[in-house]
Design a protein around this ligand. Structure first.
Ligand SMILES: Nc1ncnc2c1ncn2[C@@H]1O[C@H](COP(=O)(O)OP(=O)(O)OP(=O)(O)O)[C@@H](O)[C@H]1O
Length: 299
């Protein structure tokens, strides 16, 4: 099957800055994929190259088999991008804006049913006739998500879609995006909320300084850290014998790395022998954030 996204040896220079250093990435149709990386890693640059908003310095990108430069229109029609920033046309109301957007991709009135479905799914029904200018920040964000979906693209890219949005929108949006994924749409997500990526995405690429440094299924990445963490609040300082297990200090808590659960016995014994009592104890599974911190540093 034609891949949803194919990126081959893509380089991007901004003057002397080498923002993307030979990125290769293939995303199959129907995947729910996370593109993660710290600030400045090159995620947005990669997305704007996919959307044809910028040109690569070298290399090739295609969407649903269409080269983003040679077959620009088909590639662009295959892609819906929810941008990070709130940029919108202030002259239209929500429904007009969505119809206009679909019309831009050559879709006529027959698409209106879909536009209304998107409006409803994103909780915009009450605002359908409100001018974009008059929407609150959260509602504008909903409208921008709707805008990216208005032409029902097979590939949907969400660039930090939940930055600064409330819990209700997150839930509504993810329910709808998951439905679209079940119906066969390919979803690519960039987010700094690693919990979201862990819950939603089956495969992850981690980008650092313009290079992919990890590309694997979410499950395999998590398996790299089979251990658990023990968070302890102590009446006293951590005994010397336990220092080698120390992972980090989190306020009043110390976090220890455990390779197996039975190590808890040893920890408790050492604490007792050192006369240090416990105020609180939590056992935590490793998560995507641990993998991320280990590979690329803090988000
Ligand atoms: N138009 C531009 N001109 C010059 N430099 C740019 C331009 N766009 C991006 N950069 C630089 O390229 C690098 C990658 O930026 P990019 O926005 O792609 O990172 P990002 O991974 O999306 O970061 P964030 O998580 O902060 O959104 C950064 O060093 C950035 O300063």
């Amino acid at each position: 099957m034609t891949p949803a996204i194919k990126i081959e040896q893509v380089h991007k220079h901004f003057g002397t800055l080498h923002a993307l250093k030979g990125v290769d990435l293939t995303i199959a149709q129907g995947e729910f994929f996370a593109l993660l990386g710290p600030n400045g890693a090159g995620k947005s640059t990669l997305i704007s190259l996919l959307a044809g908003l910028q040109q690569p310095t070298s290399g090739h990108l295609s969407v649903m088999g269409f080269d983003v430069q040679r077959d620009y229109q088909q590639a662009r029609r295959s892609l819906g991008v929810v941008p990070q920033e709130l940029v919108f046309d202030p002259f239209f109301n929500v429904r007009e804006m969505l119809r206009f957007q679909a019309g831009y991709f050559g879709l006529g009135r027959s698409n209106d049913v879909w536009v209304d479905e998107v409006i409803e799914a994103l909780g915009l029904t009450d605002k359908a006739h409100t001018n974009m200018r008059r929407l609150s920040g959260g509602m504008k964000r909903r409208a921008l998500i709707a805008q990216a979906l208005a032409h029902k693209p097979p590939v949907i890219v969400l660039d930090e879609p939940t930055a600064g949005v409330d819990v209700e929108l997150r839930q509504t949006m993810w329910a709808f995006i998951q439905r679209l994924n079940r119906e066969g749409h390919t979803i690519i997500l960039t987010t700094h909320y690693l919990e979201e990526a862990e819950t939603l995405c089956s495969r992850v690429a981690m980008l650092k300084q313009g290079e992919i440094i990890a590309l694997d299924s979410t499950a395999n990445l998590l398996n790299r850290f089979p251990g658990k963490k023990l968070r302890l609040k102590l009446n006293g300082s951590l005994p010397l014998a336990l220092q080698p297990l120390l992972r980090q200090q989190e306020g009043e808590y110390v976090v220890l790395n455990l390779s197996e659960v039975t190590q808890i016995d040893t920890v408790l014994l050492e604490l007792r022998q050192a006369g240090v009592s416990l105020q609180d104890l939590q056992l935590i599974e490793s998560d995507l954030e641990d993998v991320f911190v280990d590979l690329v540093g803090r988000v």
